[in-house]
Design a protein around this ligand. Structure first.
Ligand code: 5GP
Ligand code: ZN
Length: 116
């Protein structure tokens, strides 16, 4: 079994594990976090498997741009005019638990800074 076939978020993209879709285009999928840390908590991922921020290269960084285009689209779609936070956790100290790069979009509460 390779990294992709064993990846939770690749399975969510493939529809093998159900999720609540928030946004989708050819490159990006966004869905509701199963354990939300804010009243609005979306997980935004490139459909193509990239393990973490450490694996972003000149060849695949266009997919990360697509993720941030999706952020702006979702913010309008969900009326997040009060603001929001985008978070990427990378590696052990960053708290990354799913090894398919993902961006948390958190909103609808006053988010503290710095985070814990
Ligand atoms: P990380 O800690 O890696 O930055 O974030 C992983 C996120 O994925 C967590 O916020 C967690 O709640 C979410 N998550 C883990 N498993 C599932 C799942 O099966 N479905 C959904 N929708 N979210 C998940
Ligand atoms: Zn994956």
């Amino acid at each position: 079994m390779n990294e992709m076939t064993d990846c939770l978020f690749c399975k969510i993209v493939a529809g093998e594990i159900p999720s609540t879709k928030i946004y989708e285009d050819d490159y990006v999928y966004a869905f509701a976090d199963i354990d939300p840390k804010a009243p609005f908590h979306a997980i935004i991922i490139p459909k193509e498997h990239i393990s973490s921020a450490n694996e972003i290269t000149a060849e695949n960084s266009g997919l990360i741009a697509k993720v941030f285009e999706a952020v702006a689209t979702i913010a309008k779609q969900e009326n997040l005019e009060n603001g929001y936070r985008v978070v990427n956790n990378c590696g052990e100290d960053g708290g990354q638990t799913v090894h398919h790069i993902h961006f948390h979009l958190l909103a609808r509460r006053n988010l503290q800074w710095p985070p814990g």
